[in-house]
Design a binder for this molecule. Structure first.
Ligand SMILES: [Zn+2]
Length: 313
């Protein structure tokens, strides 16, 4: 038996057939075109699944579940998307009823950040670990909490918004409406803002070779590796912000592993070694317990497919 995982993003819909071990056997994707009516988006998902059946020879009867990872606020028990935030998928969409128009297979849904965390615990960087936290540093700071091997959702499936703990009271404006959230300091969006400010304040910095409008999350990291002082300061402060939030996560959840995902996690040890060092003096019970591992995510873009395929169990 296999499971199907669907990563329903704002840009692309990625669909894969996944083995019990969490290996993507075959995958495909189509543009999401999220402004369309929802039944059209489901029809696209269904044709992706049929395409995968045709390409692999796997039959509908060999599929145990269809899992869908989706942005937004969801009711996982009923399989309903309540509200999709930045995405235009609308409100109160019954994923199960929509998918039932195409296949007679049980459907499970999960929040996309939670689904990625589940994938990393079942088949990625935190494989075999019971308690783990995943944070994804991107446009925002996404989070997922895994307790005893399962997603912790809290009431109304709304837990795990780890990016919206407050780091600095009355600080930078956050996209959620509150001020001073961790996301407003540790996201790549925030890093870009911090980089631009350092460029303006330090005209001699080699970061200024990059035009302001082309600054990315890599600009400060690239210049820091060449020894640029202003860039080193930006990177150090950014690692400081990441560390403070992660130390809170350890103090609350005591995970064995924290998985750090998002494009910037490709900086690997260059990003994470200073965080691992800084965090030692900030975790409750300093030195009395083993260090919690802070590891880069392993599954990359496949995490959404793999985690969705594992929602059934
Ligand atoms: Zn916020």
């Amino acid at each position: 038996m296999y499971n199907i995982g669907i990563d329903l993003g704002g840009t692309n819909i990625a669909v894969g057939i996944v083995t019990k071990e969490g290996k993507v056997l075959k995958k495909t994707s189509v543009p999401a075109r999220a402004e369309r009516p929802f039944d059209q988006i489901f029809a696209d998902m269904a044709s992706c699944i049929r395409q995968l059946f045709a390409e692999t020879g796997i039959k509908e009867s060999e599929i145990e579940s269809i899992g869908i990872g989706t942005p937004g606020c969801i009711d996982t028990e009923k399989g309903i998307l309540i509200f999709a935030g930045n995405f235009k998928y609308g409100k109160n969409i019954d994923y199960r009823a929509e998918m039932a128009k195409h296949f007679d297979i049980p459907v499970y849904i999960g929040n996309d950040a939670n689904v990625a965390a589940l994938a990393e615990v079942r088949a990625g960087a935190a494989k075999g670990v019971k308690n783990a936290i995943m944070i994804t540093l991107g446009t925002g700071v996404g989070g997922g909490i895994i307790i005893d091997g399962k997603i912790f959702e809290g009431a109304y499936s709304a837990a795990g918004e780890l990016g919206h703990i407050v780091l600095i009271s009355n600080g930078e404006q956050c996209s959620c409406g509150r001020k001073g959230c961790w996301e407003a300091y540790a996201s790549v969006t925030a890093l870009v803002r911090q980089t631009k400010a350092a460029m303006l304040a330090n005209p001699d910095s080699i970061m200024n070779k990059t035009p302001l409008e082309q600054v990315s999350g890599r600009t400060a990291f690239d210049a820091a590796k060449k020894g640029d002082k202003a860039a080193l300061a930006v990177v150090d402060q950014y690692q400081e912000y990441i560390t403070e939030g992660l130390a809170d996560m350890i103090n609350i959840f005591s995970p064995e592993v924290i998985v750090v995902g998002g494009g910037i996690s490709k900086e690997g040890d260059y990003l994470l070694n200073p965080v691992r060092e800084k965090i030692k003096s900030r975790v409750f019970g300093i030195g009395l317990l083993p260090d919690r591992k802070i590891l880069p995510a392993e599954l990359g873009n496949d995490a959404g497919i793999i985690g969705a395929a594992m929602l059934h169990a």
